[in-house]
Design a protein around this ligand. Sequence first.
Ligand code: ZN
Length: 419
Amino acid sequence: MKKEDFNDGLLGFLDASPTPFHATQNMVGMFKNAGFKELNEVQKWELKAGEKYFVTRNDSSIIAFTYPKNKNYLMVGSHTDSPNLKLKPNPIIKEHGVVKFGVESYGGLLLNPWFDRDLSLAGRINYLNHQGELESKLINVKKKIAIIPSLAIHLDDKANKDKTVNKQTDLCPILSTNDDFEFDMFLRWQLESVGVQNIKEIYASELSFYDTQNASYVGLHDDFIASSRLDNLLSCYVGMLSICSIDNDKPMLFIASDHEEVGSASTSGAAGTFLENTLRRMFPDYEAYVKMTRSSLMISADNAHAIHPNFSTKHDSNHAPHINKGVVIKVNANQRYASNTETMAQFMKIAQEVGEPIQQFVTRSDMGCGSTIGPITATKIGINILDVGLPTYAMHSIRELAGKDDAYSLYMILLGFKN
Ligand code: ZN
């Protein structure tokens, strides 16, 4: 696949995946097209050598794997979730001439970039049908239905100096001046618009706001890719395409987990049992299971902080990645990243063989360090892990910025593994 086609596909995937549910649904479609067979966690598995499979949990996490005779797996780990504003269960607030939504912030989001954006809503609705059965459906409103207007500078003379944002009071998106709006009717319309007619009662919904501005190339030579949710749909996309591009006889596993941005502790998060349960069913014999985990390698792929040209002192100058200069290996002495010299060497050897550059990141010693699913998976499963990232500006903003070369570079390295 050429880099241009790869990047065009990435923009489409970003736009079509406003929530972890939609990202997972899109990956399901991709895996089905590529010949992967769907597994269901609540049914018996009868895996056949030479086939390839995928399984989802909570509609928001996914694992895909090949199943050849050779069992030294190359695994790629990523996450489907991104910081956002989520609707509260009873969200409607009617005051001061408008209808607005109460929201809860999810993950460590940068709050200021959410002002003055044309917002829409997407997520999952759970309802009862007329036969008394529970069902769920994903919805994506797409229309620009809400906005969080800034407070004018005339009313806030400290706006450019000491701006703080109160998550409870300052961030409610407004959606109408007409106060006959009913939330239940709104959800019902959304379900009907995607063909669901058999609705007796709507019980629950998990809906997130997102920016309706599409992902795009930016820069004199289209140097950058600007989008919401680059962290970490960028790595989901690379992992998904990698496992779809390799032969069935190459052992590879891809996992994209939900809830990384809030610590991964959930049934569908990396601290849950999803990966372990799947691996144990792939390797029912305990001896074979342990041998596989100890002979395999996981590349935990997430984003990395590129050195910001306007805030360069925030980086250690010897470990300051640049955009479009290659995949970043992330190291932390305190194990916030799971890389070790063995896994670094394995990755560097392949990168050198396929002619792709690599960079290294260590956070400043006087600053805290983020983390990834890497250390959690290393702890839970006992697999050797390398934490890598694609250099990014504005991580956790509603519009993040990455380079046009780096995701493709990671893709080429992953295809270069010959396990
Ligand atoms: Zn991330």
